[in-house]
Design a binder for this molecule. Structure first.
Ligand SMILES: [Zn+2]
Length: 517
């Protein structure tokens, strides 16, 4: 996780909160149950989760699976229930390698030419494992931006056709261009262009560099180890599993493809010049041209588990509208090439055995209440956060309860170090009420709560906030041991973890007693 912060003091919601507490469990009841979240319990969890035996809990790994089994046992002992009969939600990941039957053939006015993998075309990593054939349409930069009154797809029909586009955006080297700026960069990314072409019914996408703004027209695509002598064979990224049916073939094409379609690079330069001149698209359907495109991939599936446990609610109208309490339990594993005798294991005690321990202790406190709130409270230990929020992103794509009905997500990441009495509460401006709920429950924990609103990214709550689920992030700040082999259990403060667990439990319970969102 890599967060940034801005600071601010609290608000006028106290009155609302007083009413809420009365309906979902008195302060004293909450405080009594909070005492079940203990420093001894937290210390025991951290000692196991951050032990060398689990080899840094990489995703996927046997150490991670052992941690998952441990957490499930703890959830059961805390009195939680499995969800749909299981304590596990399987997270599927994929490693994609290039297959060996890739082909590109263009028929131009009846003459068919075959093109060569690597020299003339290279597939991108999001390509499908499929053969497609059809007519060809040139669609400029492949961008639709209504706010910029620019649409390369205006007036052309790409349904069932293969689309040919430029790789980047108009006026690429012009820093004053309306397409410039970090804020919009994702909108013209290749992934966004693939999504747009698919939305409009395209069956394949061919991408080329802009000849006016790029010296080289050589196809790069994805740096497949199988097409290179220097790239290590295992240098293939792991991503979350996506359904091949949702993909289309996507390739990067070079100069030979360009000249066979446009006659020369110069005539393509003229087209680019025309578009960039007044930002007016110049898209058209090729006549007398058909394309046969085949990209092949070999997908290796890897599995890990999100660990789930639930305290059911009492209000029948809210059984699909939980409060989620989450923490990632994975870390980054160990160094493969460490010197003999050197410490090679990234134990990940604070990141994030501490948050996972607070999650378990909060579950214990919830189980100790002896009653039930109106809404269910769903406790989730996420896998794969260090790989790119894999577990929480997977949950958000395959939610066990409808996301729009989810009342809130409370995330715990790195809560066991730094000053014993300071804790950061991070939420987006629009979710400030969550921070006030926590602040009102802080009496029992006595933290100096520091709050921030600046795009509180970098951890699992992001998978929820980007889907408009209100989220509050509990975090106690970075430190020099972050992602180092020395992030060990002995450095943590179990008492702090237990107090964080109590605060999170009371906040979750209070929110689970509300009927509104
Ligand atoms: Zn973390």
């Amino acid at each position: 996780m890599t967060p940034t912060f801005r600071f601010r003091a609290g608000s006028a919601g106290i009155l609302v909160l007083a009413v809420l507490q009365f309906s979902c469990g008195s302060d004293s009841q909450l405080m009594r149950a909070s005492r079940s979240a203990s420093a001894a319990g937290a210390a025991a969890h951290v000692a196991y989760l951050a032990s060398d035996a689990l080899l840094g809990r990489n995703t996927p790994s046997p150490g991670l699976d052992s941690a998952a089994a441990y957490i499930a046992r703890q959830f059961r002992q805390a009195g939680l229930q499995p969800v749909n009969g299981s304590w596990m939600q399987e997270v599927r990941m994929q490693v994609i390698a290039l297959g060996d039957s890739n082909a590109l053939a263009l028929t131009v006015n009846g003459t068919t030419a075959d093109f060569t993998l690597k020299d003339d075309f290279v597939p991108f990593d999001m390509t499908a494992n499929r053969r497609v054939a059809g007519d060809l349409v040139f669609a400029g930069y492949g961008i639709t931006a209504a706010d910029k009154k620019y649409d390369d797809y205006e007036g052309i029909d790409v349904r069932g056709k293969i689309v040919l586009i430029f790789r980047h955006e108009p006026r690429e080297n012009d820093t004053t261009s309306q397409f410039k700026g970090r804020k919009d960069a994702d909108r013209w990314s290749l992934a966004a262009k693939v999504k747009r072409a698919k939305e409009l019914g395209a069956i394949g996408l061919i991408v080329m560099n802009e000849p006016l703004s790029h010296m080289s027209l050589a196809p790069r695509g994805f740096p497949w180890p199988s097409l290179s002598r220097i790239i290590p064979k295992d240098a293939l990224p792991m991503t979350l599993m996506t359904d091949d049916a949702e993909k289309i073939p996507v390739i990067h094409a070079g100069e030979r493809v360009i000249t066979s379609l446009f006659g020369s690079v110069d005539s393509l330069k003229k087209i680019q010049q025309r578009i960039d001149a007044d930002l007016h698209p110049a898209s058209f359907a090729f006549r007398g041209v058909t394309v046969v495109l085949r990209t092949s991939t070999v997908v290796t599936i890897h599995r890990a588990q999100n660990v789930v446990g639930m305290l059911p609610g009492t209000d029948s109208t809210l059984q699909d509208a939980p409060v989620i309490v989450g923490a990632h339990y994975d870390h980054v594993g160990y160094k493969k090439n460490a010197a003999a005798g050197a410490d090679s294991i990234f134990n990940g005690a604070d990141d994030n055995a501490s948050g996972t321990s607070a999650l378990i202790e909060a579950a214990k406190a919830a189980g100790a209440m002896g009653t039930r709130p109106l809404r269910p409270i769903l406790f989730i230990a996420f896998a794969g956060e260090e790989k790119g929020l894999f577990g929480s992103e997977w949950y958000a794509r395959h939610p066990l309860f409808p996301l729009p009905r989810t009342r809130a997500m409370l995330n715990l990441d790195m809560v066991g170090m730094n000053a014993p009495d300071s804790l950061l509460l991070i939420a987006e401006e629009r979710h400030r009420s969550l921070e006030e709920t926590a602040r009102a429950q802080n009496g029992g924990s006595g933290f100096t709560l520091v709050t921030s609103t600046l795009d509180a990214g970098g951890s699992d709550h992001m998978s929820f906030t980007k889907r408009n689920v209100p989220a509050l992030f509990f975090h106690s700040g970075l430190h020099p041991y972050y992602h180092k082999v020395v992030d060990e259990a002995s450095l943590l403060n179990p008492d702090k973890i237990a107090r964080v667990a109590g605060l999170v439990f009371r906040t979750a319970w209070t929110l689970a007693g509300t009927t509104d969102r």
